[in-house]
Design a protein around this ligand. Sequence first.
Ligand code: Z5A
Length: 212
Amino acid sequence: MFITFEGIEGAGKTSILDRLCPALSDEGISFVRTLEPGGSELGRSLRALLLDKRYALTKEAELFLYLADRSQHVREVIRPALERGDMVISDRYIDSTLCYQGHGREMNVERLIRLCGFSAGDLWPDLTIIFDLDPEISLERARRRNLEAGTTVTRGRFEAERLDFHRRIRRGYLALATQYPQRCRTVDASRPFDDVYNQVTAVLEGHGISLD
Ligand code: Z5A
């Protein structure tokens, strides 16, 4: 099974994965946790380029770097894991391109769907959990997190964007949830952490993954 976690910046995906993954291991579930950008060896170099705001990337250059990252990620990491029978959970995947480059950077979403399908060898997730909340809250969370961790330039490209950019991305995710109701589930990420975690485990349970 291929699961993706999606949402605007600071929505809480990584923190939930940090708690979920040990619980999956305790259940004896064999899984691979991965992320985009940066899930493959080449991807780690691409990630550094992508997130470093010292590079004034055109939006097309940015798009193609994300697609290159995904192509490598699918073929080196995701497909081999699925073929071994492992579950794969990726922190971001195709929907990030549709929402950030499509709705955020205002590129044509239908064209992006075709390009994403091409770069990913038409591998779409079985389940996508969308962490939904107001960007004003999520950006404040992200700012606080970065401050505590010691902010670096590599975390700056999207944080520097205006609030309406993040609002468009949120609307993009909500539109995807409507467009792909079979695979997309939305959780209310504005709630306290334990509540969000319980919403996520309830979704997983609905897909046959039970955690005690
Ligand atoms: N991107 C793109 O444009 N196109 C693409 O195709 C792809 C990606 C694949 C990757 O950034 C960037 O690439 C991303 C989109 C773009 N940019 N943005 N934004 P990244 O990998 O560095 O980071 P991220 O995936 O975006 O992570 P994030 O969104 O910044 O954070 P998160 O993982 O969703 O949140 P978190 O780090 O778990 O939580 C943030 C803070 O909130 C942290 O201090 C937590 O302790 C706290 N937190 C978490 N949950 C709660 C609750 N429930 N209440 C209160 N506080 C909470």
